[in-house]
Design a binder for this molecule. Structure first.
Ligand code: MG
Length: 405
């Protein structure tokens, strides 16, 4: 027993090199110099996750054997009794990913080898092209094609693009609340035109996906799916909010387009029915939001049995550590589909040495032991996180009604 390596300390590191709050968890072991890091990033409530790491995960887990990842995950999940919420799932993920990182370092091998080994050398990625006009979106697509990308997400005027600010103002009733206003009708009409424009300009050889961001009423989301069918989208993302998943059955009956769903899911009960009834084609969970590598690997295996591929959520509010974890899952999961890729600035790469590298539309895992990525803590504290509340989630319809963001 004297050889057992145990957890000596657990603490959160909060940093915002690109002004997006990121939460990293560091697990320090009893072995001098041996530690791991994991992603616990829930940008919109980062202080609450950091508090949970410091005041609950640390006292629960200090002294535990670092090799017992599964037992620690299960214990951290049931210790609070109420479970599967976004705050604690992220806190658990931070520790879970750090433990996989530690185990890789102990065995001197990358995490993908612990997950079954590579089934591909790199993960194909998609990136975001957005713009105010069709030409502007098209020019960004052109640039990505020149960079070697094969799949590109196209958005026109962000999520739920509008018919111009002054027009949107004219629709509002007097005294309406401030908020991030959007226009469901203008949006629905613009997406079909966007796909038509891209197919005319770029032909059939490029894949395009689109994110609805739960901005339509269910039947309108079904209608738009039918409209887009002829443009053969790579996938149609989050067309419905998690509260309306039963509508996927209706959508399936009307349009043969691949559906990607799930960045808002926290609890297995939210996705198991969609998977077992084959109502979606890509599972899109935010890996830290479901509790880290341990549940994500199991989820990928369940999806494999039902012919569903993975497309883990990977925007700027997934930390580089979270991105690294995603890539280890991507290269070792047979039913991997595609990886969303936000890209890293030079500042991010300095704060997080060892970021996975993007080359010609593919991202490569770092081949160092563990997750292969680190954090420069002294530099990280120079980019403090803002305590300001998010504004974009205060999403409203033209008549002032609050909508799902
Ligand atoms: Mg999305």
């Amino acid at each position: 027993m004297s050889n057992t390596v145990t957890i000596r300390d657990i603490y959160p590191i909060c940093t915002a090199p690109e002004r997006i709050p990121l939460v990293i968890v560091k697990v320090v072991t009893s072995e001098p110099g041996l530690y791991g890091i994991g992603c616990a990033t829930y940008t919109q409530r980062w202080m609450t996750v950091a508090h949970a790491v410091e005041h609950y995960m640390k006292p629960l887990l200090v002294g535990k054997d670092v090799t017992r990842i599964e037992d620690i995950w299960q214990m951290a999940m049931v210790s609070p009794y109420w479970r599967n919420g976004p705050i604690l799932n992220n806190a658990i993920s931070g520790v879970d990913e750090a433990l996989w990182d530690i185990k890789g370092k102990m065995l001197n091998t990358p995490v993908y080898n612990l997950l079954g080994g590579k089934v591909r050398e790199a993960a194909r990625v998609y990136r975001h092209a957005d713009g105010r006009t069709l030409e502007e979106v098209g020019d960004k697509v052109q640039k990505y094609i020149e960079d070697g990308l094969q799949v590109i997400r196209i958005q026109h005027g962000g999520y739920g693009g509008s018919r111009g600010n002054s027009y949107m103002e004219s629709l509002r009733p007097e005294g309406a609340c401030d908020g991030a206003y959007y226009d469901p009708l203008g949006y629905e009409l613009s997406v079909t035109k966007l796909f038509e424009y891209m197919r005319v300009r770029f032909g059939d050889g490029i894949e395009f996906c689109h994110d609805v961001h739960e901005h339509l009423d269910p039947i309108n989301a079904v209608h738009l799916a039918k409209e887009l069918e002829k443009y053969r989208p790579y996938f149609y993302e989050d067309p419905l909010p998690p509260e309306q998943v039963d509508w996927f059955r209706t959508m399936r009956q009307h349009a043969a387009i691949p559906i990607a769903m799930g960045e808002l899911f926290n609890n297995p009960n939210e996705y198991m029915k969609l998977i077992s009834e084959r109502l979606i084609d890509f599972i899109r969970c935010h890996v830290s939001q479901i509790g880290g590598i341990t549940p994500a690997k199991k989820l990928a295996s369940v999806c494999e049995a039902f012919g569903i591929r993975t497309a883990w959520h990977g925007p700027g509010d997934t930390s580089p550590v979270g991105h690294a974890a995603d890539v280890h899952l991507d290269v070792s999961s047979w039913n991997f589909g595609i990886q969303e890729w936000a890209g890293f600035s030079d500042t991010i790469k300095e704060v997080f040495p060892g970021c996975p590298e993007l080359k010609k539309g593919y991202v490569y895992p770092n081949d160092k032991p563990g997750l292969g990525i680190d954090i420069d803590e002294e530099l990280a504290v120079k980019f403090p996180c803002s305590e300001a509340l998010p504004q974009w989630t205060n999403c409203r319809r033209p008549d002032g009604t609050l909508n799902r963001p």
